[in-house]
Design a protein around this ligand. Structure first.
Ligand code: NAP
Length: 284
């Protein structure tokens, strides 16, 4: 029941009406009897600063941040967590009194989703397809997980080089950069993270990899896209006998991590697993 004491949380982005986050936080809050509401705030770029000031003015307890504000929001915050700083993007804001702190739970959520699927990264060779915001979260996650090597392949080579520079700055990991059109084989690529928007609804036939690539050469294929739940890239990997994972787990667990930061509650595994199954079932 909503009362005068119910705490308010939400999502700042543009557009926001198709977000799964309200449902996700409602599920967790109901399971764990947390007195909160979570709604969406459709914020244009020109209104971002005012919306962040509004968090303090309206005593909003915390917000998630999504496209297109994850980078731009950083300059309006009072403090930024070190991993979020390394990634260069914030997706969760915690308010403590008058102090707003920015975190990135995308990389933590992806790690939890991989753990759930028993996909372990230590000493593995990693290929990251793409070099945008999501790729940066993957790279920093891989850095913290002590992988052996990270190869970044991207259409725009400068962005891949910039990402590799960040990896080198913070982690002692071997790196390589490949321009997209020169990726002709996946031998020794190990775990492959597809982080571009190619294949996302409605352009579901798109795939960053060439038609003649041998998918069976990779160990695991991960696609951060969650709509559709199986992209062309994942379907081809599955048909080649490769273990696959879509972006639903990352989406779910980034929300779980935001929930933990806001409420100081670490839900039991049984609660998380049960809600994850409900969350997945709703989208199949
Ligand atoms: P972004 O910063 O805009 O980066 C987009 C990436 O896709 C860049 O590497 C870009 O290459 C590449 N790309 C786009 N169009 C391309 C094309 N036609 N040909 C070749 N490459 C192309 O976006 P983002 O925030 O990283 O998001 C990327 C994807 O991850 C989206 O599908 C998003 O839904 C997903 N995501 C999922 C989760 C989750 O919770 N599961 C979280 C975050 C993001 P250039 O650098 O050459 O432009």
């Amino acid at each position: 029941m909503i009362t005068g004491k119910t705490k308010v949380y939400g999502l700042i982005g543009h557009p926001v009406e198709h977000s799964f986050s309200p449902q996700l936080h409602y599920m967790l809050a109901t399971s764990l009897a947390v007195d909160m509401v979570y709604t969406t705030f459709d914020v244009e770029k020109s209104a971002l600063k005012a919306s962040i000031e509004g968090i303090k003015a309206l005593n909003i307890s915390g917000v998630n941040v999504t496209v297109p504000h994850k980078v731009a929001v950083m300059k309006y915050l009072d403090a930024i967590d070190i991993a979020a700083m390394r990634i260069g993007a914030v997706n969760t804001i915690v308010r403590e009194g008058n102090v707003l702190t920015g975190y990135n739970t995308d990389y933590l959520g992806l790690k939890m989703a991989l753990d759930y699927e028993k996909i372990f990264l230590k000493d593995e060779d990693i290929l990251i397809i793409g070099a945008g915001g999501a790729a940066r979260a993957v790279a920093v996650m891989c850095g913290y997980a002590n992988v052996r090597k990270i190869t970044v392949v991207n259409r725009t080579i400068e962005k891949a080089e910039e990402l590799v520079k960040t990896i080198k700055e913070y982690f002692d990991i071997e790196t390589e950069v490949i321009i997209m059109e020169e990726l002709v084989e996946l031998e020794n690529m190990g775990i492959v993270f597809q982080t571009t928007s190619l294949g996302m609804f409605p352009n579901i036939k798109n795939n960053p990899l060439k038609d003649n690539i041998d998918y069976s050469k990779m160990k695991v294929a991960v696609d951060l896209i969650f709509n559709p739940i199986e992209t062309e890239f994942l379907a081809k990997a599955r048909k080649a006998g490769v273990k696959t994972m879509n972006g639903l787990g990352m989406l779910y667990y980034q929300g779980v991590k935001a929930f933990e930061l806001w409420h100081g509650i670490i839900p039991e595994k049984s609660v998380l697993d049960k809600n994850f199954q409900l969350f997945i079932n709703d989208r199949q």
